[in-house]
Structures are given as structure tokens and as C-alpha cells.
Ligand binder design. Structure first.
Ligand code: PMP
Length: 420
């Protein structure tokens, strides 16, 4: 084990949050871009990976690689153990009651599509309703639209206010006896808003509707407890939470997963196959057809260990400090308007600058070594809500610091100089 890995494991024992030490765990951050130190402010698109995750994945390939659930040989048994250990880590991370409630998928997008095409297709009828919010990512909109086309169900949308907070009274009004599913994001990828999930679950359950939470942007920032939230489904992506791409999780209540039809057919999701009749496997395997992303799951397990070692509360407190610093610094930039000013939010700062297109902001900042995201952020209906085609977005991670924000503010001054 490297010094950096063992450093992760003892980090929580040290007082305070040493962001410089955290940064050293992310080798990519040490590089220069166009001769300038990298300022990475695009963690909401994808987070960087700590050495502990990279090493866990290379260790798997170097020492343990074999197909899971199939072989009787040593490596296959070992790979299966590691893969299932990763599932247990996810169970702990989400505080799920049963390990069978953890389904490995490609990411949040696949998790939502899985629920739409299994639970949704089996349960929804003409005239039923799916309720989402106005701040959803396309991956929590389009799968429901597709389901509505297939079933005759109707998509309804709970509105938000100008600060980017859900209008709970409106949401309550929209949940009725025909509402079968409420699908909302825990944290908005554009506004940073943290939604009151427990309350939404109470309102939905009171009307007999099930609730799916898109946790893609929550998992890296908040302590997640699916039992305390009371949700029926929870989706997340490994790559947003310091793990690799191509792996994510669908949490589903055991009784729901048991009753759901399978998603894709293939190896591993069956108990027996004949041309006359196939008997499906139990969850979670029923939903994991084909050779899974073993190394991805192991990387995600390492990311969960990394988050636990830093401490979700310590990360959140650090990010809130940098967020407050950034909000103040950006508010002082002339002509800058922040989009998304909810009282409860994570470190996602969307903004527009008077008279300058977001893509120009992004391109000029890039030459300064500053990585931000510009565009509609896969949330075009939300952009329309604010009367915008695009925003610039700076987003924070556990390694972000005040110098990153100072660099961004200096970069924005250069952008404004170009357009003066
Ligand atoms: N939901 C939200 C809120 C997101 O930010 C994202 C990723 N931008 C997704 C869903 C989709 O995640 P993925 O692309 O990893 O499937």
C-alpha cells in the first residue's frame, strides 16, 4: 500500500481538514495546463480520482482479474469476493437494509432507465402520472417521457422559484391519486440546490406514489441514508464521487426489486434457461445481465473508503467554507449574476456575465488553466425556466480551495478585459 493510501486511512484522525493534503492524493491536480497550474472547477461533470482508487483498480487487474460468479478457480472466486465486497461497501454507504437492494449499473442514467422500463412499464397505465421537478437533468426527464409514450401516462412538472428552490406547496398539489411515481433530484447539477427529500417522500407516500431520487450530485457531497430518506429508489454514478466511470448504483427496496420484471436478458440474470422457459435469478443479479464492470465496482468501493476516511461531514464543512468564499468573491465581480441561490445548496456555482457568452468565458478561462463547464448542463428545461440558453458553471470537490476561487476571479477579470 502506498503512503498516500495509508495517509487516507489516518486522515480522519487528524484535527481539521487539510485540503493541501487532500490535493496531494489527486495526482492529476499537480499538472500545468498551457504552462499554468490547473484549476479544476468541473467536479460536477466528473470528479478527479484519488490515488487510492487508481491503485485499487490497477491492483485488481494486476492480481485478481477473472470473471465473477462463474468460475470455480481461485482467481474467479477472489474476483467475485472483491466484487461482492464492493456491493457491501455501497450498502454501508447508503445505509441500505439489505445488500440485495444494491444493483450495479453503468451510472445514474442507466439506473433511471432501468426503473422506468421495469417498474414503470409494469405498473403504469393510461392516465397515470409521473411527477418530476423543473430542475431535473435530462437523464431524469427523458426516460419518463419515453415511459409515458409507451404507457399513455402523463408527465407532470413541479415548479421552482427564482432562487432555484422547489415550490413544495405546488409539488404537494400536483401529487394526486393518479401519481404513481415521483422522480426528483437530491441535488441540482446546475443550481446546487439540496431538495427536501424526506418531505417529498412523505407527500408522495401519503398518496401511494413511489419515489426515485437522482443522487448523482448528492453522493459526493452529502451523507446519504436511504432509510432515513424513506425513498423507494436511489440512483448514483461512481464517477461523480471520486470513483471510475462506467459504474453506478441503483438502490431499490427489496420488495420492489423482487416484484419487478428483469431489465436486460443474458448471462448471470438467470437461474436456468431452456427454450421453453427461463427462470430468472434473484435481485440484484436479476438486473445485472452479462459480465459486469468488476473493476469499476472495486474502484467505487475504494472511492467509498476514501470518502469515509475523509469523513462526509468534514468534506461538507470544507466545501461549504469554499462555497461561501466563492459566493462572496463572485458577487463582487461586476456584471456577474449567480443562478441558483437556494438557502441549502452544495458547491455548484452557475453564473452569467453581462454581454459575454458562457462559451467565450469557458474558452478564455481554459487558456488560463481553469476548467469550468459551459452550456445547458443537460438541463434545457431548467435553462428555459431562467430564460437562458446556457450558463458558466464552476463546481467544487473535496480538493477545491480558496486559491481556485481567486484564480477563477482573476480569470474572469481577463475575460472582461477581452470584451471591453
Ligand atoms: N443526474 C444529475 C443531477 C447529473 O448531474 C448527472 C450527470 N451530469 C446525471 C444525472 C447523469 O449521470 P451519468 O451521466 O453519470 O449517468
Amino acid at each position: 500500500m502506498s503512503d498516500l493510501q495509508s495517509g487516507v486511512q489516518t486522515l480522519h484522525l487528524t484535527a481539521g481538514y487539510d485540503v493541501e493534503r487532500v490535493r496531494r492524493m489527486f495526482p492529476i491536480l499537480a499538472q500545468q495546463i498551457y504552462g499554468k497550474p490547473l484549476i479544476y472547477l468541473d467536479s460536477a461533470a466528473t470528479s478527479q480520482k484519488p490515488l487510492a482508487v487508481i491503485e485499487a483498480m490497477s491492483h485488481f487487474f494486476l492480481q485478481e482479474n477473472a470473471n465473477v460468479h462463474r468460475g470455480v478457480h481461485y482467481l474467479s472466486v477472489r474476483a467475485t469476493e472483491e466484487y461482492e465486497k464492493a456491493r457491501s461497501k455501497v450498502q454501508g454507504f447508503l445505509n441500505a437494509e439489505h445488500v440485495e437492494e444494491i444493483v450495479f449499473v453503468r451510472g445514474t442514467t442507466e439506473a433511471v432507465n432501468l426503473v422506468a422500463q421495469t417498474y414503470g412499464k409494469a405498473q403504469l397505465r393510461d392516465g397515470d402520472e409521473v411527477l418530476i421537478s423543473a430542475m431535473e437533468h435530462h437523464s431524469n426527464i427523458v426516460p419518463w417521457q419515453m415511459l409515458c409514450e409507451q404507457t399513455g401516462a402523463r408527465l407532470r412538472v413541479a415548479p421552482i422559484d427564482d432562487a432555484g428552490e422547489l415550490l413544495l406547496d405546488e409539488l404537494e398539489r400536483l401529487i394526486g391519486p393518479r401519481t404513481r411515481l415521483v422522480a426528483v433530484t437530491h441535488v441540482s447539477n446546475v443550481l446546487g440546490t439540496i431538495n427536501p427529500i424526506r418531505r417529498i417522500v412523505e407527500l408522495a407516500h401519503a398518496q401511494g406514489a413511489r419515489v426515485l431520487i437522482d443522487g448523482a450530485q448528492a453522493a459526493p457531497h452529502l451523507k446519504i441514508d436511504v432509510r432515513a430518506l424513506g425513498c423507494d429508489f436511489y440512483a448514483l454514478s461512481g464517477h461523480k464521487m471520486y470513483g471510475p466511470t462506467g459504474i453506478g448504483v441503483l438502490y431499490g427496496r427489496r420488495e420492489l426489486l423482487d416484484a419487478m420484471p428483469p431489465y436486460q436478458g443474458g448471462g448471470d440474470m438467470i437461474l436456468s434457461v431452456s427454450f421453453e422457459k427461463t427462470i430468472y435469478n434473484k435481485p440484484p443479479y436479476k438486473f445485472e445481465a452479462g459480465t459486469p464492470n468488476m473493476v469499476g465496482a472495486i474502484g467505487l468501493g475504494a472511492a467509498i473508503d476514501f470518502l469515509a476516511a475523509l469523513g462526509p461531514e468534514a468534506i461538507a464543512a470544507h466545501e461549504q467554507r469554499v462555497l461561501a468564499y466563492a459566493q462572496k468573491a463572485l458577487a463582487a465581480v461586476p456584471g456577474l449574476r449567480l443562478i441558483g441561490t437556494a438557502a441549502q445548496k452544495v458547491g455548484v456555482l452557475s453564473f452569467v456575465l453581462d454581454g459575454i457568452h458562457p462559451h467565450d468565458i469557458g474558452t478564455i478561462l481554459d487558456r488560463e488553466g481553469i476548467a469550468i463547464r459551459t452550456g445547458h448542463h443537460c438541463a434545457q428545461p431548467l435553462m428555459n425556466r431562467f430564460g437562458l440558453a446556457a450558463t458558466a458553471r464552476a463546481s467544487l470537490g473535496c480538493y477545491s480551495n480558496e486559491q481556485d476561487i481567486d484564480g477563477l476571479v482573476a480569470g474572469l477579470a481577463k475575460v472582461q478585459e477581452v470584451f471591453r
